[in-house]
Design a protein around this ligand. Structure first.
Ligand code: FA5
Length: 339
């Protein structure tokens, strides 16, 4: 059978040139030049031909093969370029399009109140210090004039970690830590988290925040405390508030008092948040007890000062109108997203 290489070549050329994509091109290439391809078959059959035919057809077949290989390469490049162009079009980025808005987190109301309170005290010249949450019995109790077996220890239901260490029940130990290392006069505040082993209700948590204050000098009196208290409440609430000082007892102050604020939630009428009292207990305070000065080797005849420990959670309740302290620790986004 005569081999019509010219027709085969033309047919293959047209097929390659009209391939629409790389896969199709590859299939056509293999149909002619693959292992079982039509042109490959011609090349394989050369052995069965006479010498003259072999020279003649072999030359033509090789030329056709080279020609088709070139066309294949060219078409492949064209199709690749075309595919790149199409995918670039598809992946086009509009750099002017407005971005997707990321949802921003919120600062927790307790963080907000702590920052605000600290800022106000800093404006009044108070330095900010910190102390550890795990405390020794000495700093939490003994140095604050509450020796072992003293009934006042029952004022603070304690999470003991072992016979010597505990989770601090108030921020007052920071007073001792600071005074041990610094000489008066000074004024400091110490915000921090504290822990109490007690039942919870609308205004009691087992872990909550306090802000300790301590001002020591030669002539610091309760009148200074009252002035600072008034400035603080004025600035934090930016509205008139009703405050009252009640005589109280703390082993580390003498005299001692507690500061109440008329409950914002019921305006003094009595509600579940304030235990129907109409007043919320906001802080304990007093003039530093001479025994505390002695514990840190200050001369009580020379120095005097006031100290206070305010409950930051209760301050946040009153500032933001939150009826239950437990809401601060519930992690409910509906509450947090309001801040
Ligand atoms: C003390 O912790 C004293 N260290 C305060 C003090 C410091 C007195 C310096 C004198 C000199 P008290 O236990 O009363 O005191 O707590 C102080 C304030 O913390 C309270 O007035 C109240 O606002 C808040 N508080 C007390 N217990 C809780 C509780 N379980 N949950 C939330 N807040 C509380």
């Amino acid at each position: 059978m005569p081999i019509d290489l010219e027709t085969l070549g033309r047919e293959a050329k047209t097929a390659l040139e009209s391939a629409q994509n790389l896969k199709e091109l590859d299939n056509i290439f293999h149909a002619y030049l693959g292992r079982k391809g039509k042109l490959t078959a011609v090349l394989r059959s050369l052995g069965t031909l006479t010498k003259e035919e072999r020279t003649q057809i072999g030359k033509e077949a090789n030329e056709t093969k080279e020609m088709l290989a070139k066309i294949f390469e060219q078409r492949k490049n064209d199709l690749l370029r075309e595919e790149n162009r199409r995918s670039e079009e598809k992946e086009w980025i509009d750099v002017t399009a407005p971005g997707k808005k990321l949802t921003r987190g919120h600062l927790h109301p307790l963080t907000l109140i702590q920052r605000k309170a600290v800022e106000i005290f800093q404006d009044m010249g108070f330095a900010v210090v910190e102390g550890p949450e795990i405390e020794s019995e000495w700093y939490n109790f003994d140095a604050l004039n509450i020796p072992k077996n003293h009934p006042a220890r029952d004022m603070w239901d304690t999470f003991w970690l072992n016979p010597k260490f505990l989770l601090r029940t108030h921020t007052s130990p920071v007073q001792i830590r600071y005074m041990e290392k610094h000489n008066p006069p000074f004024r400091i505040v110490a915000p921090g988290r504290i822990f109490r082993y007690e039942a919870t209700d609308a205004r009691h948590e087992i872990n909550f925040y306090q802000l300790e204050g301590l001002m020591v000098g030669k002539d610091i009196s309760a009148a200074n405390f009252k002035a600072i208290l008034e400035t603080f409440y004025q600035r934090i609430f930016q509205a008139p508030t009703k405050i009252r000082l009640r005589p109280s007892y703390f082993p580390f102050t003498e005299p001692s008092f507690e500061v109440d604020m008329q409950c914002i939630l019921c305006r003094g009428g009595g509600c579940s948040s304030c235990g129907q009292a109409g007043w919320m207990e906001m802080m304990g305070a007093g003039m530093v007890h001479p025994n505390v000065f002695k514990a840190v080797r200050y001369n009580p005849g020379e120095w005097q000062g006031f100290a206070f420990g305010m409950g930051l959670d209760r301050l946040a309740m009153m500032k933001f109108g939150i009826p239950d302290i437990r809401l601060f620790y519930g992690g409910d986004l509906r509450l947090l997203q309001q801040f």
